[in-house]
Design a protein around this ligand. Structure first.
Ligand code: OOG
Ligand code: MG
Length: 262
């Protein structure tokens, strides 16, 4: 850690205010170039504490930058993770008010719902599949608080990895009935396919993303709890959206889920 607790709390307040007021900011490493990984996750933790103290409920975790497409789009090479609270959840087929967001983008993801807790280190795909209740298709709406989505990895970790909204839907399926690597997805914006992919885009297998998350949590003495949802990371690059857009994700054998931007 290179930053003291007062600075961590101030950065958390700053980034969360940008989120709540839908305004952007420059990346925080400009002002704090010595910031390290522990500092970055400490800012994210402080944002999480602020939300929980106001009554938000932690519903899951999300992995980010787990596909080549996302790494290339954002110019970073290392995956990261963030938290999901209840107010980020949008009903399947529901509306998202763009006035509450800065510059939203949407990305297709495979979502796990856990039936038992998972503890690292040494978590692997087999352990993840054994602990999974079901998987579903989902879309994450990311909204970096940084101007023009220009950030480095430490800044984005502090900003809860751009988390802002998510929608899950379609048909829940047992992982035993699926090959998650070859599971195909098509995301359509206003009826046009805008993103195509398959599960293997995410670290070779979406369950590898959950295993990586569990091993990263273990390094902090934490585990993944039963009942949590995990967004495993954008399969394709994220697509910009604006009021009037309607986006549907179709996942092979798992139905579809959609959301509208107003
Ligand atoms: C960071 C969040 C990445 C994903 O699925 O890769 C993410 C960003 O691209 O702003 O959620
Ligand atoms: Mg994502």
């Amino acid at each position: 850690m290179s930053l003291d607790q007062a600075v961590i709390e101030r950065l958390a307040e700053h980034l969360e205010s940008c989120e709540l007021q839908a305004r952007d900011t420059t990346k925080i490493t400009d002002e704090h170039p010595a910031m390290d990984w522990d500092d970055a996750y400490a800012v994210q933790d402080a944002i999480r504490r602020r939300k929980l103290a106001r009554g938000s409920r932690l519903v899951g975790l999300k992995c980010g930058l787990t596909s080549r497409a996302k790494m290339k789009q954002m110019g970073v090479e290392t995956p990261c993770w963030g938290f999901l609270v209840d107010e980020y959840a949008v009903a399947d087929g529901g509306e998202i008010d763009c006035k509450q967001l800065i510059h939203p983008k949407i990305e297709p993801e495979i979502v796990f719902v856990m039936k038992s807790p998972l503890q690292g280190p040494g978590c692997h795909i087999g352990a993840v599949l054994a602990a999974t209740d079901f998987v579903m298709p989902g879309m994450e709406i990311i909204d970096s608080r940084y101007r023009d989505f220009k950030f480095d990895l430490k800044s984005v970790v502090a900003d809860n990895c751009s988390s802002s909204r998510f929608v899950v839907g379609g048909r829940p399926a047992d992982v035993r009935d699926l090959d998650l690597r070859t599971l195909g997805i098509v995301m359509e914006k206003n009826g046009e396919p805008v993103a195509l992919g398959a599960g293997a885009a995410v670290l070779g297998h979406p369950a590898a993303s959950v295993a990586m998350l569990v091993n990263m949590l273990a390094a902090r003495g934490e585990r993944l709890e039963a009942g949590m949802i995990v967004l495993t990371g954008g399969i394709t690059e994220a697509i910009a959206v604006k009021p009037g857009d309607s986006v549907t994700l179709r996942a092979q054998g798992l139905g579809s889920t959609s959301v509208r931007f107003v």
